[in-house]
Ligand binder design. Sequence first.
Ligand code: NOJ
Length: 536
Amino acid sequence: MTDSKRLWWKDGVIYQIYPRSFQDTNNDGIGDLPGIISRLDYLQQLGIDGIWLSPINPSPDRDFGYDVADYNAIDPKYGTMADFEELLDQAHKRKLHIILDLVLNHTSDQHPWFIESKKSKDNPYHDWYMWRDPKPDGSQPNNWESLFGGGGWVYDRQLNQYYFHMFAPQQPDLNWRNPAVRAAMLDVFRFWLDKGVDGFRLDVFNEYYKHPDYLDLPKRKGFYPRKFEQLEHIYDVSQPEMYPLVRDIRKILDSYPDRYVVGETYLADPAHARTYIGSDRLHAGFDFRYLHSKWGAASFGRAIQYWDALHGEEAWPNYVLNNHDTVRSTTRYKADEADKKTRLLAAMHFTVRGTPYMYYGEEIGMRDITLLPTELQDPVGKRYWPFNKGRDGCRSPMQWDASAFAGFSARKPWIKVHPNYPKRNVAAQVEDPASLLNFYRELIALRRASPALSRGKIDLLPLYNQNLLVYQRAAKHEKLLVVLNFGSKPEQYPLPILENGRWGLIFAGNLPEKSQINGATLHLPAFGFGILKKQV
Ligand code: NOJ
């Protein structure tokens, strides 16, 4: 596909950076924007098209950036607005697009709006948040809970009212039913679009509106240890007012060229997530069924088939194996040190129909770190350890080289580096033709060069056996077959008969043991795979 016909967010690959952990340049142990700028060449060589930055707005970091204290500024720990403009400029020079994370469901309790809102009931900002009177017995206004644990309401003695928070108590939810809030938030989009930002990732967007009558949530059937899961979340999320809003957001984006918005649908099944996607809505939405899939051909196959069918021809799916909220796929699936399983996953991830998202360090096979209770930073881990160890594990510093602190910083980072960094790092893998990093580069380049892989339709073939996931990708002049062996034993796969032409293996990876065609059969090693092309 010629570069002029490419649509960056559709044909390309999007790379998520957790700015705190990517590259520190001022040696305060926290990553920063100049650090990201210094690594743009690396990202360009990887072959990606877009960078999603987890939040970089000023934040007291009660939820590490997901508690915003000013939407139109850059947190000084990450740099200045001038640094951000430089990042945009340098990224654009390399044809890399920048996606900002907008956290608009709630603010930090240090946001000036909330500080005002707490001052008195007649303060103009009071109604910007979800304040309610106590029940006659003084208890919280209804039975809503916080995802991060405990009741969803915090009592304010001075006002004799409660405010609602879906996440930490320091993350009060905004009252989107107030037209001033809605207008202020749409201005946030315009502010960053005017700066030249290419897209947005909307944090828990379908959570913005709640039921106007604050009705109690009904109980769910079944046994769940936490109160949050015991409730049917029908009034605190996914309210109908979200549809006109996504349309208004899209109209704003469409008044600028080639912009993109992807939504993180919260507490919703894939079918519901799909309802927010379309030519007059969001460009894309996340579904985490694939990310939460068990290891195995059938399980991944089901997730892909379902998500793909929901999109049909009219919409474009995307796929995520790793992000800042989830145990890394290497750790989750107990990857082997030779990265065979990790290569297999990547071979699937970059060949399904849809935009592949990746998370920093995925390309070198970073693993989760293990933390002691005293080292925990994430509010979720702090509250629930050891039942839920929180999300710190996947947020460790990027492993650039074998020097102290993995080349991330010259001083002790905010969170520890994985002890495997002297061996598992970018510098070592760049040099090694058989490395996972070079595998990712080759695979991404293959995807970019292939119309069938970047734009073609996908047809999953019936399950041949429990280990093999097989699908075809077809564009006008190109037909590919992808065969993936999730099993720990070699497999043989009889190739589908072609009327005219034969299957040729075009990609089998950079490990010594590779899949091979023998007659009409594809022989796959344990965790092996093959990408085949119809040749005439
Ligand atoms: C979803 C984000 O991905 C997560 O990291 C954050 O804690 C919550 N939203 C609250 O903003």
